[in-house]
Design a protein around this ligand. Structure first.
Ligand SMILES: NC(=O)c1ccc[n+]([C@@H]2O[C@H](COP(=O)([O-])OP(=O)(O)OC[C@H]3O[C@@H](n4cnc5c(N)ncnc54)[C@H](O)[C@@H]3O)[C@@H](O)[C@H]2O)c1
Length: 413
């Protein structure tokens, strides 16, 4: 047993636990359900993310090294941020804290927003990412624009010789996401340019501790998982940025924009989903995209996970994620990872998230950690562990749920 780690089978009482996140997987509806692991249900579809993993290339990014502290072994990097809305504040703050990088330019199609940020930060502002890339030639570009623009901006930045850190999801559709992943793979192979995707909940202290707990074997073997996201989004949230409520701009609602992190974690913990079934619908919000969904994922070895997600809850409740094992359950809830032994004995707290202040505390504290790690790993001799291929399965799964629910044309997954 690891020093300091309580005996998972028994041991002293601990506090019950929870973990929050912001904001999936698709398949080929025409493909037969995977056999061998059993039927997945009425709408079960095999997941076809056409990533390296799906193509049989032995790449397992879930086995990448744990996050490291920033290293300053490479020259100062010139960084640009494209898209200056809500999430850009976290990126700009993290860039300002990097010891070996300088913000050199910003871009937003909203002229007033662009001018305000450019003036405040003392860097040139551009209305078009193309102009920024041509005139500034940044080393790294952070993409913080609406979903349907990620592939375009990211691919252009790679072509201009930059490394790219894009916000989730890869793009609004699976086809656009695959094209982005293809471009990222080619840019890495030809010029060593890296692409990372902000699925920052992989860096949550509770996620890291849960992975360690499963890897240790001390808590038994996984038998399945459940997750739930009950959040609150108002009509004003969508009115403030109308792309969020549309299929064209966002490519989805609560699954695409909020629960994608949790779907990603289910795949990280149990293996990329092989099949998916589910249903999504709009019950209460005045938007095109779904506000509520339920889905079931079939993972390697016949393990199943289920997830419920809604933006109709009265508040932003902590995200719940529990992996059941042969010896009990490892549960993340309310920012705490807790071991619940099946045998008699009280729950044991294993890890907790650091406290986060502010209205967006439910986003968690890991954005900065991912940004620091992406920059620190640019000189490493392998792709960033959360690259587009790693981000495809969750997107493929959730787009499959949309197709199965009749919300999108299966040809537009
Ligand atoms: N990782 C997370 O937890 C997390 C949390 C919130 C948002 N996000 C993601 O961040 C991204 C942006 O979300 P947001 O809430 O900040 O949106 P937002 O609408 O507040 O900001 C987007 C900004 O991009 C600008 N823009 C639009 N098209 C552009 C283009 N082609 N070139 C340059 N600028 C353009 C808009 O004018 C706007 O200022 C989305 O992908 C979203 O899913 C991620």
């Amino acid at each position: 047993m690891s020093p300091g780690r309580p005996d998972p089978a028994s041991g002293p009482a601990g506090a019950p636990g929870t973990t929050p996140t912001e904001e999936g997987v698709a398949g080929d509806a025409d493909a037969p359900a995977t056999s061998g692991a059993g039927p997945i249900g009425r709408t079960g579809r095999s997941v076809d993310d056409r990533s390296e993993a799906a193509a049989g290339v032995p790449t397992d990014r879930s086995k990448q090294p744990a996050p490291s502290a920033a290293r300053s072994t490479h020259p100062r990097r010139r960084v640009a941020v494209v898209g200056l809305g809500d999430i850009s504040a976290l990126h700009l703050a993290a860039i300002a804290d990097l010891p070996d990088a300088d913000l050199v330019a910003v871009c937003d199609t909203d002229a007033a927003r662009c001018a305000e940020v450019a003036e405040r930060l003392g860097v040139p502002g551009f209305a078009s990412h193309g102009e920024l890339l041509e005139r500034v030639r940044p080393d790294v570009v952070h993409v913080c624009t609406p979903h349907a623009t990620h592939g375009l901006v990211g691919t252009d930045a790679l072509a201009a010789g930059a490394h790219v850190l894009t916000e989730k999801p890869l793009d609004a559709t699976l086809a656009a996401a695959r094209a982005f992943a293809d471009a990222a793979r080619a840019a890495y192979a030809s010029a060593g340019r890296k692409t990372g995707v902000c699925l920052q909940n992989r860096y949550n202290a509770t996620t890291l501790a849960l992975r360690d707990a499963l890897a240790s074997g001390e808590f038994g073997s996984p038998v399945g998982a459940r997750a739930g996201l009950w959040w609150h989004r108002t009509p004003e949230y969508y009115a403030a940025a109308p792309w969020r409520g549309t299929w064209a701009g966002s490519g989805g609602g609560v699954l695409m924009n909020q629960a994608i992190h949790t779907i990603d974690l289910l795949g990280l913990l149990l293996g990329p989903p092989l099949e998916v079934a589910g249903h999504a619908a709009t019950y209460g919000l005045p938007v095109e995209v779904e506000d509520t969904a339920a889905m079931s994922l079939l993972h390697p070895g016949g393990l199943r996970s289920t997830l419920t997600a809604t933006n109709l809850h009265a508040s932003n409740a902590p995200v719940l994620l529990e992996v059941g094992t042969t010896r009990g359950a490892l549960r993340i809830d309310d920012g705490t990872l807790t071991w619940h032994p099946a045998a008699a004995g009280a729950a044991i707290e294993l890890a907790a998230e650091p406290a986060v202040d502010g209205a967006r505390a439910y986003w968690g504290a890991s954005h900065g950690a991912l940004i620091v790690d992406f920059h620190a790993r640019l000189a490493d001799p392998e792709p960033f562990w959360i690259d587009p291929d790693a981000a495809l399965p969750s997107l493929a799964a959730l787009r499959e749920v949309y197709a199965a629910s009749g919300l999108i044309d299966p040809r537009d997954r």
